[in-house]
Design a binder for this molecule. Structure first.
Ligand SMILES: *Cc1c(COP(=O)(O)O)cnc(C)c1O
Length: 718
């Protein structure tokens, strides 16, 4: 059974797969169909198929299967077509995915009325670089979980041709940014056409101009992801550029992006003939979707108050930002200038609309944000962890005119991560073997975890050691190229080639380099930190992360770190890896033994990289913020006090001391304490508890189930 795309644009996907299949020998046709659905990326044996065609080119193509099949030499394809094992495996993977996609929908949900998910960024796969970090990766994981659970969903986003910036660090530790333009024709995307064979065009009013957008479709399992793209020849150059880059600095350009996403997204759904049951606004960027939806109700003859009530009945909102300053705000004039026609369409005036977006409706000078529109016009709002829920209720108390934070109607659905994406193959194989395939669906059963406890320590340790060794190989390779590219002195480069020991305790810290994430805590007490590296029980440290191009304070953190370059052991035991992305994240979370998170509480809404590490048997040490207070039980990792403190310096000092103290007293002794067989029994106890916690309670499967039951079902269905 071939993979059959469904829904608007599916004919275009079919046409594209047929064209690609025509280029390759017939026995490889399943690969062409797989290439246009990212389900291959989390199917067992999926990524290995494309690697088997041509491993080198697979890596040159950054694991983009469409580009691989377009570029690979004919002779290689012919050789692959004669590889009967490969052909058999490709057919089997396609068969499994096709069967999965054909399953009946999740109870109570109809494919005719899907959930429409809106997000400014999506981290589906490294080959589709339209994400910057946690928000996008979470959105990607949620789409995959919706597909796994057969929940009817469509997703709306923007196609950023230049994506997020790429990062290069110079010898002084300063970050430089550059952008790489993607050619959508070489990505697993298809342009949605109208009946006349021409691209379907959706006009979106921005700053008084009708910007014509076209729509690309990416398939994420059963979920079509529709990406709006204003880069069309009939648009003015300045409008074609609106969605060139993700999170541009210029505020007017951002407002234009949000117009495309929110208003354009609703218009695109209409043009595609999709009538969603629920609009899920993931973060505030798409907030204007609410007013656009109201405009269609008004056009159909409803009065504005009824139109807004109808919008509220089908809109849900997830907030991800625990600091007021993180929610961008704008001068009212900027919003009006971006949407001069909007109030008239809604049969009202701008002042009445702006009242919706002000904390204090009568104060005309209140700055306006997209988030407020979403908060006021959604039937439900949720934060992304329990602690973040508390923070958000306190933060939005005024907006809801509540007497106490407890009265603020904001709940929480704690984030989770997609197990099949983030658990490395060796660990997944170990669990498949002992727990039986399909164990992900049985994570809440005790029997599953009894079988897990019965896995011999030796086998578990062998997998951990293998994952660490694989990471060390990659790090040597990347650290060497990074240092060469920076123009470092020869002996410092040489250190990288023999750096990192496959048997040493490996600590990872990789995430967006925002100041509140406090990477600088690692080196706050430099002398003591260096002793960890060079002691009898050595620690090696892997760091990565990008600072926002305009965040010089965050960039200086890396520079500070680089000052320690010449100190003993630093060259061979610490690496700052360039250009953190999903690809690098996959390697790091798989191979690191200890995953560190040091946010300044309560600024971490959830954090998800620690969950990914835990799925692979990494152990999490974190400030009790975000998801960690819900997860930490004293056996499954380490915790640092999560109380907030207005005195940032004092807090930094305490947390740095707590981190180093735990490393010295507990972490390194436990990791290096071995029995006669060379196995760290005590450490493996933590590894088991950590993995169990993540897989059972912090999977995207659990998260999606929570959204389906508590958020998407209409109140009458629950
Ligand atoms: C998971 C992930 C993140 C989020 O990490 P946090 O722990 O939430 O900061 C960011 N970037 C990438 C590439 C990821 O894979």
């Amino acid at each position: 059974m071939p993979i059959t795309p469904r829904g608007p644009g599916s004919d275009d996907v079919r046409r594209a797969t047929t064209l690609l299949a025509a280029r390759i020998p017939a026995p490889l046709a399943p690969l062409a169909r797989l290439a246009f659905n990212y389900a291959w990326s989390w199917a067992r044996g999926g990524p290995e198929l494309f690697a088997s065609v041509d491993a080198d080119r697979w890596s040159i193509c950054r694991r983009n299967p469409v580009r691989l099949l377009q570029e690979v030499p004919l002779a290689t394809l012919e050789r692959a077509a004669f590889d009967s094992d490969l052909c058999r495996r490709a057919a089997a993977v396609e068969e499994r995915i096709a069967a999965q996609l054909a399953a009946p929908p999740h109870g109570g949900f109809s494919p005719d009325r899907p959930v429409a998910f809106f997000c400014a960024e999506y981290g589906v796969h490294p080959s589709l670089p339209i994400y910057s970090g946690g928000l996008g990766v979470l959105a990607g994981d949620l789409l995959k979980a919706a597909s796994d659970a057969h929940l009817p969903m469509v997703a709306i986003g923007l196609l950023y041709r230049d994506g997020y910036f790429r990062q290069r660090i110079d010898t002084s530790g300063w970050q430089h940014e550059y952008w790489v333009s993607a050619d959508p024709e070489r990505l697993p995307l298809t342009l949605v056409t109208a009946g006349d064979g021409q691209p379907l065009r959706v006009p979106v009013p921005v700053r008084g101009t009708e910007v014509q957008t076209q729509i690309w479709r990416a398939d994420v399992g059963s979920v079509p992801l529709y990406l709006l793209d204003p880069d069309r020849p009939e648009n003015r150059r300045i409008d074609r550029w609106i969605a060139a880059r993700l999170y541009v600095g210029d505020l007017d350009m951002r407002l234009a992006q949000y117009a495309l996403l929110g208003r354009g997204g609703v218009r695109a759904l209409r043009a595609l003939g999709i009538e969603p049951s629920v609009l899920h606004l993931n973060e505030g960027h798409a907030g204007l979707a609410t007013l656009e939806l109201a405009a269609s109700e008004v056009a159909a003859g409803r009065a504005l108050p009824e139109a807004l009530a109808a919008v509220r009945a089908r809109t849900v909102f997830t907030t991800h930002t625990p600091v007021a300053a993180g929610n961008e705000t704008y001068a009212p004039e900027a919003i009006v200038a971006a949407h001069p026609d909007f109030a008239a369409q809604l049969h009202t005036d701008w002042d009445s609309l702006l009242r919706l977006a002000r904390d204090e409706p009568d104060r005309a000078d209140c700055p306006i944000g997209m988030t407020q529109f979403a908060l006021r016009l959604a039937r439900s709002t949720n934060a992304v962890s329990r602690r973040h829920g508390e923070t958000a209720r306190a933060m939005w108390q005024a907006t809801f005119r509540a007497r106490t934070p407890d009265e603020v109607p904001i709940g929480s659905v704690t984030n989770g991560v997609h197990v099949a994406t983030w658990m490395a193959a060796p660990m997944r194989e170990l669990l498949d073997r002992h727990l039986g395939e399909g164990w992900e669906a049985r994570c809440d059963e005790d029997a599953t975890w009894r079988a897990f406890d019965a896995i011999p320590d030796g086998e578990l340790w062998a997998v951990r050691s293998r994952l660490r060794a694989q990471l060390v190989e990659i790090v040597r390779d990347r650290a060497t190229t990074d240092r060469l590219a920076r123009g470092e002195p020869r002996d410092y480069v040489e250190l990288a080639t023999r750096a990192f020991d496959p048997d040493h305790l490996t600590l990872g810290f990789a995430r967006r380099l925002a100041t509140y994430k406090r990477m600088h805590l690692l080196t706050r007490d430099l002398g003591r930190a260096l002793q960890l590296l060079g002691g009898p029980r050595p620690v090696q440290i892997l760091l990565a992360g990008k600072a926002h191009p305009q965040d010089d304070e965050a960039k200086r953190i890396v520079q500070l770190l680089f000052r320690a370059k010449g100190r003993p052991h630093v060259g061979e035991r610490i690496a700052y890896l360039h250009d953190y992305d999903m690809e690098l994240a996959l390697h790091l979370v798989a191979g690191c033994d200890l995953w560190l998170n040091m946010p300044r509480p309560p600024f971490e809404a959830s954090g998800t990289s620690g969950m990914k590490a835990a799925l692979n048997g990494g152990v999490h040490m974190s400030v009790l913020d975000g998801w960690w207070p819900e997860a930490y039980d004293g056996t499954n990792g380490w915790a640092i006090d999560g109380g907030a403190d207005a005195d940032g310096e004092a807090l930094d000092a305490r947390h740095s001391d707590a981190f180093l103290g735990l490393m010295e007293r507990e972490v390194t002794p436990l990791f290096y304490e071995r029995d006669a067989d060379g196995i760290p029994r005590g450490w493996l106890q933590r590894v088991r508890a950590s993995l169990r916690t993540a897989a059972r309670d912090f999977s995207a499967r659990r998260m999606l189930g929570d959204y389906a039951d508590r958020v998407y079902r209409s109140p009458s269905q629950r």
